[in-house]
Design a binder for this molecule. Structure first.
Ligand code: ZN
Length: 331
């Protein structure tokens, strides 16, 4: 889960809006507010009700600055193989990208497992405010968990390690922001800087969401353009968007997980309130792999086999991104 402040509504489709209204009503106000209360940087939960209400009355097309994903994906340069549209059925037929043991030699990937299993025992440390360019925000948060108590921090670390193994086998150098080797954190500003510190070609932050129990699916969060204080995402917005589209498609193909039906749009969101993106100087996106408060998603995320598929989707997206980047740079 990634703390949000005043995130605007991102829904557009009438069907989706109607569905949202339909599930919001039986849940009642307590359900939505209970969800937002879990979101550490939005304690008032004040954005929840307007968001649901807006979704119900705004069935028009998206006002997003994002172009149509399919067109954008199709125009992405030098992708080998070309990225296919997301399949609607089982992902087994997906052709993996070229992935011999040396295909990513010389490339460095920064993986950022969201939160830290030790954060809950270090609230004073993680609650201190840090500068994210256009705001101040908590150093880090505890993250969410399934109803059975499987924590987001355990999940993100496991998937990141699995992705590291896959990418290392393809020749990449993989750096983890934390590897269960520190008692808490690091803070989100340090997580953002870690990409540059590692001289990484690309960075990716792994999360799982804590949304309303009725909502399911995954979404990818890309950086908006932020030029404020220490933040300047101008140079990473475009490549991060390419990565985001690849990740959306590859993750869907590898896991069969649907696009989120309670947040974002077609599995994609753009945000300017995340320190981990605002302060990054290398292309970076977040993935919210599913909703841990939804029973179907929780069952998947608790299954090691599914987590391996999740890692596969992440590794495949990064592989295709780096291969395209390499060709574009004439390496
Ligand atoms: Zn998270």
């Amino acid at each position: 889960m990634t703390g949000s402040a005043a995130r605007p509504p991102r829904r557009s489709a009438l069907l989706r809006a109607v569905t949202a209204a339909a599930v919001a009503v039986p849940l009642g106000t307590a359900g939505w507010f209970g969800w937002r209360a879990l979101d550490h940087s939005d304690p008032a939960g004040a954005t929840a009700a307007p968001r649901a209400a807006t979704a119900a009355v705004s069935p028009g097309p998206s006002t997003s600055e994002e172009p149509a994903p399919t067109a954008d994906t199709a125009s992405a340069p030098s992708l080998t193989p070309p990225v296919a549209p997301p399949p609607t059925t089982a992902p087994a037929a997906e052709t993996p990208p070229a992935a011999d043991a040396t295909s990513l030699a010389g490339r460095t990937v920064l993986l950022d497992p969201g939160h830290n299993p030790g954060n809950s025992a270090h609230t004073a440390e993680i609650n201190r405010q840090v500068d994210i360019g256009n705001a101040r925000k908590e150093c880090d948060t505890t993250g969410t968990e399934t109803n059975a108590g499987y924590t987001e921090a355990e999940y993100t670390l496991d998937v990141s390690r699995r992705a590291r193994a896959l990418l290392t086998a393809r020749g990449a150098t993989v750096v983890l922001v934390q590897d269960g080797d520190r008692p808490w954190g690091p803070c989100i500003d340090e997580r953002a800087r870690a990409g540059a510190d590692a001289h990484a070609d690309v960075a990716l932050s792994v999360h799982a969401d804590g949304g309303p129990a009725s909502g399911s699916g995954f979404h990818v969060i890309m950086p908006g353009r932020v030029v404020a204080g220490k933040a300047n995402t101008s140079a990473i917005v475009e490549p991060s968007r390419r990565l985001g589209l690849l990740l959306r498609d590859r993750f869907h193909a590898a896991t069969g997980e649907p696009y989120a039906d309670y947040v974002a749009e077609d599995g994609l969101d753009t945000r300017s309130d995340l320190g981990g993106l605002n302060l990054s100087t290398v292309p970076k996106v977040f993935i919210e792999c599913g909703n841990m408060r939804n029973s179907t998603d929780a069952k998947r995320m608790t299954d090691p086999q599914w987590r391996q598929q999740a890692a596969q989707g992440i590794a495949d997206a990064l592989t295709v991104f780096l291969t395209a980047q390499e060709k574009a740079e004439g390496r």
